[in-house]
Design a protein around this ligand. Structure first.
Ligand code: COA
Length: 329
């Protein structure tokens, strides 16, 4: 029996109730449902309610994941929250989640790898579980992008949504089950292409930083697009190769959902059929670190991902960061 692999034991997700459609955006900025749909594949996105914070959403997703994993809440011994939109700069959204879940003094922290954050978190959890440092790790991805977008910039505001997804990871107890490969990378040289410039030590909050809307998403869309296509393809192909598999072995591919055209270019190059690709960008838009865990939970609940299936996930995000993982469910 193989005991040295890590499995996804349970998943949960949470999408806030409020739905913002493309037509809703067209009332606020010079855009149209037609432009957004054809250029991005997005039709609508969820936005958090006033007063709702990132850790509130993580807590809901986490409760569902813990129940799904069929473990006790107290069995969780580490919380990793991937986010670029935490409740507060510190304490971390991980710390607030720990409080809201009523968990003991277990380590909890945030991970900043933008859209690749969830996959980065899974890679860290995997290594800690395999070395015996942790037993049941809660890895979440959660964002309230509606609070960090520039509501007047049509080129970026329409792209993002809010939500949270979570997974419980622990040791696999069946032969062949668990994480088969991981691949990750980053290139800080291209950091300026997708950036929230202010709010950190480089440009602390000031009247000027607020007036210039430097606390919001700034993106060179075309450049990001080109890099996203290359790195999403690379991450998917490398993860498959490292698992000693071919694209024919993949039962389901969950890509990060930033733009339908990026997904289409990736699956074409990686040789994965569209029917085997989870596409939910029309309903949720780009929720950065939360996108993949939400897709993972939806796929399992919809019966598209069953025990024994081989799952591929890949992502690309600000940093730039990217990652690819193959898991036998
Ligand atoms: C943002 C993105 C959808 C823009 O699509 P694009 O085809 O590259 O469009 P461009 O940026 O070249 O803009 C084309 C025109 O549409 C306009 N436009 C931009 N946003 C618009 C909107 N929401 N509605 C209508 N027109 C819009 C631009 O102003 C531009 O007009 P111009 O030619 O008169 O200057 C695309 O670049 C993209 O998806 N980039 C990657 C995003 C991403 O992956 N981000 C996150 C990584 S995790």
């Amino acid at each position: 029996m193989t005991r040295n692999k890590t499995k996804i034991a349970g998943t949960g997700s949470y999408l806030p109730e409020r739905v913002m459609t493309n037509d809703d955006w067209a009332k606020l900025v010079d855009t149209s449902d037609e432009w957004i749909t054809t250029r991005t594949g997005i039709k609508e996105r969820h936005f958090a309610a006033e007063g709702e914070a990132t850790s509130d959403m993580v807590t809901e997703a986490a409760k569902r994941a813990i129940e799904d994993a069929n473990i006790k809440r107290d069995d969780i011994d580490l919380i990793i929250v991937a986010t670029v939109s935490p409740d507060t700069a510190y304490p971390s959204a991980g710390n607030w989640t720990q409080k809201k879940l009523g968990l003991g003094p277990i380590p909890s922290f945030d991970l900043g790898a933008a859209c690749s954050g969830f996959l980065y978190g899974v890679i860290i959890a995997d290594s800690l579980i395999r070395t015996g440092m942790a037993k049941n790790v809660l890895v979440a991805g959660a964002e309230i992008m509606s609070r960090v977008i520039n509501w007047e910039d049509r080129a970026t505001c329409v792209l993002f949504g809010d939500g949270a997804g979570a997974a419980v990871l622990n040791a696999a107890n069946e032969d062949g089950q668990g994480i088969l490969s991981t691949y990750w990378g980053a290139d800080g040289n291209l950091g300026d292409l997708l950036i929230q410039p202010a709010g950190g030590s480089a440009i602390p909050a000031s009247r000027e930083s607020v007036e210039k809307k430097l606390h919001t998403v700034h993106m060179k869309g075309n450049e990001v697009f080109k890099n996203a296509v290359l790195r999403m393809q690379e991450a998917a192909i490398k993860a498959i190769e490292l698992a000693n598999l071919t694209s024919n072995d993949i039962d389901l591919y969950i890509p990060h959902q930033a733009n339908i055209r990026i997904i289409e270019a990736t699956i074409k190059r990686a040789g994965i059929p569209r029917e085997k690709t989870l596409i939910n960008i029309d309903k949720i838009a780009n929720i950065s670190a939360a996108t993949i865990p939400i897709g993972l939970d939806q796929a399992r609940k919809q019966g598209r991902l069953k025990k024994g299936d081989t799952l591929l996930m890949s992502s690309f995000g600000a940093g730039f960061t990217w990652g690819g993982i193959v898991v036998k469910m």
